[in-house]
Unconditional design. Structure first.
Length: 287
DNA sequence: ATCCAGGGCGGGT
DNA sequence: ACCCGCCCTGGA
């Protein structure tokens, strides 16, 4: 395939570092020039910011502009979102200023389900390593600029992995969860189509939680990062920490219940809680 | 060495 | 409904 290029001009809410390091994705890596290279779908792409321009370069199946508009959520006005959230309180305004270039990617559902099952009680470097090895072993090879990249395996491709294979890749106790989830989709006990066509967010969450390895937190990540539910508020240790510091002030943050946090997030951030979570998370982790 | 990292699960009250 | 211990692994 031919390399394509697309230049996005004057985009105020687009910082590669913010987008790729706010915790939503695992397959983008920083290059020596500060740009990021990653694989999504059957595309390999490099994203570089030069001044106010964003330069997308890579091999796409389809028109690169359309591919980028979809994946990078370019039709959504983050200016409006940020303005609305910034007015809620000073803390949020500060965190938004810190991560002003964040955008929520439109990620593949299957990849997101598996990736966040892997994230359970795990750290980011190890999650990335595991996913890399899975792609290398079960995905398709793509060559670009004399480098080899691998797509995320399809359901059929990943179904070739036994529990033992997965254990050897380093999945640990998550091996059976990934295997069982793959079998569920392979045998169509559940389908990606029925998930992406479900309109009711609560019903959707219930369906996701039926999957082995998907609990409340992982379900919320899938809802936010792939199914475009901006109102859900995934609570991990960092979010619990930052919410306690800003609003609750308990000595022991462990004692802050998830229920309490969900209620607070809904009251304060309403239908943009997921976006608020991203700005707060990124700020707390990086600053 | 012990602990922890972007939780989930199963078995208790 | 909450609560708790356990679960692989590897880096600090």
């Amino acid at each position: 395939m031919e390399e394509q290029q697309y230049i996005l001009k004057n985009c105020k809410s687009f910082e590669p570092k913010h987008i790729f390091e706010c915790g939503q994705c695992f397959r983008w890596n920083e290059q020596s020039d500060g740009s990021y290279t990653g694989v999504f779908g059957n595309n390999v792409m490099n994203v570089k910011k030069e001044g106010d321009n964003i330069i997308f370069k890579g091999i796409c199946n389809g028109n690169i502009k359309e591919v980028c508009e979809d994946y990078f959520d370019l039709k959504t006005s983050y200016e409006k979102i940020k303005e609305k959230l910034s007015n809620i309180d000073e803390y949020l305004a500060n965190s938004i200023n810190y991560g002003k270039g964040i955008r929520i990617l439109n990620q593949d559902l299957w990849e997101t389900i598996i990736s966040f099952e892997i994230s359970a009680n795990n750290n980011i470097p190890r999650i990335k390593g595991i996913i890399d090895r899975i792609c290398k072993k079960y995905g398709n090879e793509i060559t670009w600029n004399n480098e080899t990249y691998y797509t995320f395996p399809t359901i059929q491709q990943l179904s070739k992995a036994s529990i033992e294979d997965l254990r050897n890749i380093g999945l640990g106790f998550r091996d059976k969860r990934i295997y069982d989830t793959t079998q569920i989709f392979l045998t169509e006990k559940m389908t990606l189509e029925e998930l992406s066509s479900e309109k009711d967010t609560e019903k959707l969450r219930e369906k996701l939680i039926q999957l082995p390895g998907v609990g409340p937190k992982v379900a919320d990540c899938i809802l936010l990062f792939s199914l475009k539910r901006y109102e859900v508020f995934p609570i991990d240790v960092w979010v619990r920490r930052v919410m306690n510091e800003l609003y609750i002030h308990k000595e022991d943050e462990e004692k802050v219940s998830k229920k309490e946090l969900q209620k607070l997030a809904k009251e304060k951030y309403e239908n943009l809680a997921g976006l608020a979570q991203q700005y707060l998370f990124y700020w707390k982790r990086e600053a």
